[in-house]
Design a protein around this ligand. Structure first.
Ligand code: 13P
Ligand code: SF4
Length: 298
């Protein structure tokens, strides 16, 4: 279908499209706003339209709905999921709360509404250290991403981190050996990596940070050649922002993000299907850790 159709539909339905940097180029091009997880969560609280289509994976749709209970929020494909969002259980949280009296449960935004509702603080890859720095409790149960927890733990020697075992299958697959090979092959390149990678990988790179952080860091690192250790969808924004630079990505593909297509967006706008529903009582509890994150980072 033509882009004109999508624009007309957006107007007719009073809809705004939000997209994560990992979705396909044509979806990013069609979106009203493209961003990292934190930018999208923050932006979602300021949107004036009646309907929001979240072009991303399901926890992102849930997050937008939790922050906007009165809006109609849609996912182009409800099967677009982040496996890491399910890598911790409520039982684990309960057991940890029983074990440590002074415990803060810090929940990466890549998590289900149920897990958020049982957590104390949310964070994203761009603000995890800032959030932990604002918490008084000594014991931090960092869920579900063990790599992100380990990557920020070193900034807080006074705290006791209990890092969950979950990980992003896309980022966790990157090994220190691969980084060493890339360094050998491209000695003049800057290497930038997402903090969902293992700590041994981040130890070898020039910059570690969220997708948005990486886009900004390319400017400061000032290299013609940049190796980007994250999902390949980020190439679209990098090429747009730095047309004279070269970007190399190892093959990193998030299957969930790749399920989002323009046709599916048109379909949900036309049919009204795939609306995101979160039980209002659960959403109210899940909103608290998200609001705390937004407050700390305001
Ligand atoms: P960002 O916080 O950089 O948007 O990352 C989200 C994500 O899912 C990375 O895999
Ligand atoms: Fe989840 Fe990894 Fe995909 Fe991000 S890249 S949405 S963490 S599976």
């Amino acid at each position: 279908m033509e882009r004109k159709t999508l624009d007309a539909l957006k107007n007719e339905k009073d809809a705004v499209i939000l997209a994560h940097y990992y979705v396909d180029d044509d979806v990013q091009a069609a979106a009203d706003h493209v961003g990292d997880s934190f930018t999208l969560a923050k932006l979602a609280t300021t949107i004036d339209a009646k309907r929001i289509v979240m072009a991303g994976v399901s926890f992102m749709g849930e997050t937008v709905k939790i922050l906007n209970p009165d809006k109609q929020v849609y996912l182009p494909d409800p099967k677009a999921d982040c496996p890491m969002a399910h890598m911790v259980t409520i039982q684990q949280i309960k057991e940890m709360r029983e074990k440590y009296e002074d415990l803060a449960v810090v929940c990466y935004v890549n998590s289900t509404a149920e897990i958020k509702a049982n957590s104390d603080y949310c964070c994203t890859s761009s603000n995890a250290a800032k959030i932990v720095g604002a918490i008084e409790s000594k014991n931090i149960f960092f869920i579900p991403d063990g790599n992100l927890g380990r990557n920020i733990e070193k900034f807080f020697p006074e705290k006791h981190f209990i890092n969950n075992q979950g990980c992003c299958p896309v980022h966790d697959g990157i090994t220190p050996d691969l980084i060493k090979q890339l360094k050998k092959r491209y000695p003049d390149a800057a290497i930038l990596a997402h903090p969902e990678c293992r700590p041994e990988v981040l130890d070898l790179v020039d910059y570690k940070g969220s997708t948005k952080g990486m886009i900004e860091a390319v400017k400061d690192l000032n290299k013609d050649l940049n190796i980007i250790i994250t999902e390949e969808g980020l190439r679209y924004e990098l090429d747009k922002t730095y047309p004279d630079k070269t970007f190399i990505f190892p093959e990193m593909i998030c299957e969930g993000m790749k399920r989002v297509t323009i046709d599916k967006i048109i379909d949900v706008l036309e049919s009204g299907k795939n609306e995101v529903h979160v039980d209002p009582a659960l959403a109210e509890r899940a909103k608290l850790p998200l609001d705390r994150m937004l407050d700390i980072c305001s």
